[in-house]
Ligand binder design. Structure first.
Ligand SMILES: [Zn+2]
Ligand SMILES: [Zn+2]
Length: 386
């Protein structure tokens, strides 16, 4: 496998950074230790500019090539961990109770730092490589915060690329696909108001548990009967709260869930039908329902041209036959916010046979470091070949 030689030499050093991040997980925008370490390293590598505080705690490093060029590409990693109690028992396991790097963002940050070190050392390209370290990928829309803070315009970024590790994909292999790749995630809260009563006299009340149960059922008819069977849609009601006593019909019930799609048409249809079905079902039983519908991460769409380019670069590292085109997934990624603004592509790098993402037994696989880091390095050098 043609791992970049110099990157192979950095393997131990990048691994040490990764394990240090792993031992000190931080949540959402509160990634102060990690961001400070990233900024200090970028400065020590001799980046032309290191800017902190973009999107609250995001960090950006600017690396200009030795050759003249006007092209600017952005390479993006994420820095935040999860509120999960780690169960790996590793020597470098989380030192913070109830928090862990269970999505491998420690590895993403370390690999992009490794690439930054190489690129700042060698500068064998024309134009500018921008390394982007974002906070709050796990539900906080840190990518959107950085975009709103002017990230893309301020540094003149023309294309953006992202990478995530993939448990189940062998070490040394990649997966990428053009078009819609990950789902939009909207959230819905439904507050049902009925009429409380003694459980033995249900006819004096309006039972919000019954109404809630009917709504949960009816919502599934949207996926089964309103969405084209060849299109993807998920409605999962994951919270149902009502009542405190077994002999009291509760006056209020609350449902909460996630709504996902891979096309804007389906996304719009789901919201419209959810509003209609909830209102209609509540009315049928004499209850009232309030709907709070909150748009979340957008659909992640890989641009054709940049996807073909990224796949070719991955093929150089892994071999053509080790770059797979998998199906889209209904998980979400806030890198989608950057892809809404600039063309680019998001790639999966194999994490081998490990526990799955967000599992307490998960650990980023350090064997992926030379692969992912080599990808970043070659991507920048090829995109900025001049
Ligand atoms: Zn995650
Ligand atoms: Zn992640």
């Amino acid at each position: 496998m043609p791992i970049v030689n110099r990157v192979a030499d950095l393997h131990d050093e990048i691994t040490a950074w990764r394990r240090d991040f792993h031992a000190h997980p931080e949540l959402l925008y509160d990634v102060h230790r990690t961001a400070a370490a990233v900024a200090a390293k970028l400065k020590s590598f001799g980046c032309d500019e290191v800017v902190t505080g973009i999107g609250q705690t995001g960090v950006v490093g600017v690396i200009r090539g030795r050759k003249v060029g006007t092209k600017v590409v952005g390479l993006r990693a994420d820095m935040d961990a999860l509120p999960i109690k780690e169960a790996t028992g590793l020597p470098y396991q989380s030192t913070v109770p109830g928090r862990m790097h269970a999505c491998g963002h420690d590895g993403h940050t370390a690999m992009l730092l490794g690439a930054a070190k190489y690129l700042a050392d060698t500068r064998n390209f024309a134009g500018t490589a921008i390394v982007i370290f974002q906070p709050a990928e796990e539900g906080g829309a840190g990518a959107r915060a950085m975009v709103r803070d002017g990230l893309l315009d301020r540094f003149g970024i023309q294309e953006v690329f992202g990478m995530h590790n993939a448990p189940g994909v062998p070490i040394g292999e990649f997966a990428i696909r053009p078009g819609p790749t990950m789902a939009s995630t909207d959230t819905v809260t439904i507050n049902i108001e009925g009429l409380g009563s003694h459980a033995a006299w249900p006819h004096y009340g309006v039972d919000t548990v019954l109404v809630g149960a009917q709504i949960v059922n009816q919502l599934q008819s949207i996926v089964a009967r309103n969405v084209d069977p060849l299109q993807a849609a998920v409605i999962s009601i994951c919270v149902f709260q009502a009542g405190e006593a077994e002999n009291v019909i509760p006056a209020h019930a609350s449902l909460r869930g996630t709504v996902r799609a891979l096309s804007p048409v389906v996304r719009t249809l789901l919201e419209k039908r959810i509003r209609e079905v909830v209102a209609g079902t509540a009315r049928l039983y004499g209850a009232k329902a309030e709907i709070i519908y909150t748009p979340g991460y957008p659909i992640l769409v890989n641009e054709e041209r940049q996807t073909a380019f990224a796949a070719a670069v991955a093929g150089e590292i892994a071999g053509r036959d080790k770059v797979h085109q998998g199906p889209p997934v209904m998980g979400a990624e806030d890198f989608a916010f950057m892809l809404e603004e600039r063309p680019g592509a998001f790639i999966w790098v194999g994490n081998g046979n490990t526990a799955n993402l967000h599992n307490p037994a998960y650990d980023f696989n350090d064997a992926a470091i030379p692969v992912g880091t080599s990808y970043w390095v070659r991507l920048a050098e090829t995109a900025l070949a001049g």
